[in-house]
Design a protein around this ligand. Structure first.
Ligand SMILES: Nc1nc2c(ncn2[C@@H]2O[C@H](COP(=O)(O)OP(=O)(O)OP(=O)(O)O)[C@@H](O)[C@H]2O)c(=O)[nH]1
Ligand SMILES: [Mg+2]
Length: 356
């Protein structure tokens, strides 16, 4: 189903009657909607094969380095040079300087031998991800089949927002859900066209504007979702610009869109604001995480382009430095190249040689 809905003849947000302000959500009925291609839990290896493949470059870099260190099979503690090489390998894979230094220091204090390094790393990485996991479902994208689900997708230009939206819409449509995509990137002329192609591929409805009022698109999408009354399980995904005339304008616009969501969402809804981070340029995008967080109240990260990156360590950097869970991972340019973030599968994909 592909429906074009132009907002030219609909009321502007400012003239619209204000709805009950959205409240913080109580727990939805069903919290997540997993990747339908993931299959049952018995097929975990198969289910995450895309993730393993996507982590190949990071794994090769990291394990290549560890292998040089572990060539020394003796049990004597690693020397300063080896510890430095360990630290460097982590930094190169974008684990972040703080985490890399801390891990190398711990290894030194514990007097670890080369052989003990990989088990130590596995345990510590689980701890890093566990520290931001208040529950086992913390890394899962929230979803409620008894309410409207709103996904606000933000990030710097080129991070992969529009592509992620196409993939996400495809997933929900695959589960039989109504999906409305709001074309909130009104800055680039080609943006709506690109989003339209994804909406059509995914079988989602598209709401766009003939003006450049991004907040009005959000308003229209939320109204369209609620027009028929029954919003249970429906999904609204909001695309946004990655760049405006300047950063201040962009944050202003995102803040305005967020306020429309707060005002127009039904009282019971799921809200996720996902920061899309390009895994090939992770650190740069992350430096802006704080700014985005202030504008839209981020709830998680979607890590894209992992397939083309040797810097998969960024997932741990995000967890440690920003206390944000990675919830989704983009592993390619195709519509089903989207994975749920799974900490164990991610760490196995990084450290298990048999996954090569
Ligand atoms: N290999 C790979 N490429 C990806 C992935 N996700 C997105 N891309 C590519 O990255 C490029 C930018 O993606 P977009 O989705 O247009 O990024 P955007 O954040 O919407 O960009 P702006 O609209 O300019 O802000 C495109 O060429 C995508 O095909 C991924 O997971 N893997
Ligand atoms: Mg885009």
């Amino acid at each position: 189903m592909f429906k074009l809905f132009n907002r030219s003849d609909s009321p502007s947000p400012s003239s619209a009657p204000s709805a009950t302000p959205a409240q913080a959500c109580e727990k939805p009925n069903s919290e997540t909607l997993a990747d339908p291609s993931a299959g049952d839990s018995s097929g975990v290896k198969g289910a995450f094969s895309g993730l393993r493949a996507a982590l190949r470059q990071t794994r090769n870099g990291l394990l290549g380095q560890l292998k040089t260190l572990t060539a020394d099979a003796s049990d004597k503690p690693l020397d300063a040079e080896a510890l430095e090489a360990f630290e460097e390998a982590l930094i190169r894979a974008d684990f972040g300087v703080d985490l890399a230094v801390a891990l190398a220091e711990q290894a030194r204090q514990k007097g670890l031998s080369a052989r003990q390094l990989k088990p130590f790393l596995r345990e510590e990485l689980m701890r890093v991800l566990g520290a931001v996991s208040q529950s086992s479902r913390f890394n899962e994208l929230s979803y409620g089949d008894d309410r409207l689900n709103i996904y606000f997708v933000v990030g710097v230009n080129g991070a992969g927002k529009t592509t992620l939206i196409g993939k996400l819409a495809h997933r929900f449509v695959g589960h039989g859900k109504r999906v409305i995509i709001a074309a909130g990137d009104t800055f680039r002329a080609a943006a709506e066209e690109q989003l339209g192609v994804w909406a059509q591929r995914a079988g989602a409805e598209l709401v766009q504007t003939q003006t450049n009022d991004a907040a009005a698109v959000v308003y229209d999408a939320l109204r369209l979702a609620q027009d028929g009354g029954d919003v249970a399980g429906s999904v609204v995904i909001i695309d946004t610009a990655g760049r405006l005339q300047n950063k201040f304008n962009l944050m202003e616009e995102l803040g305005k869109m967020k306020r429309i969501i707060d005002k127009e969402a039904p009282a019971r809804h799921v809200y996720e604001a996902l920061l899309v981070v390009d895994a090939t340029t992770g650190q740069n995008a992350l430096s802006q995480a704080k700014v985005f967080a202030q504008a839209v109240n981020l709830t998680g990260v979607a890590l894209t382009k992992l397939d083309g990156s040797a810097k998969g360590g960024i997932a741990f950097h995000i967890a440690k430095a920003h206390q944000l869970p990675v919830k989704l991972v983009g592993v390619g340019e195709q519509i089903d190249d989207l994975k749920d973030f799974d900490a164990v599968a991610f760490i196995d994909g990084l450290l298990d040689e048999e996954a090569l």
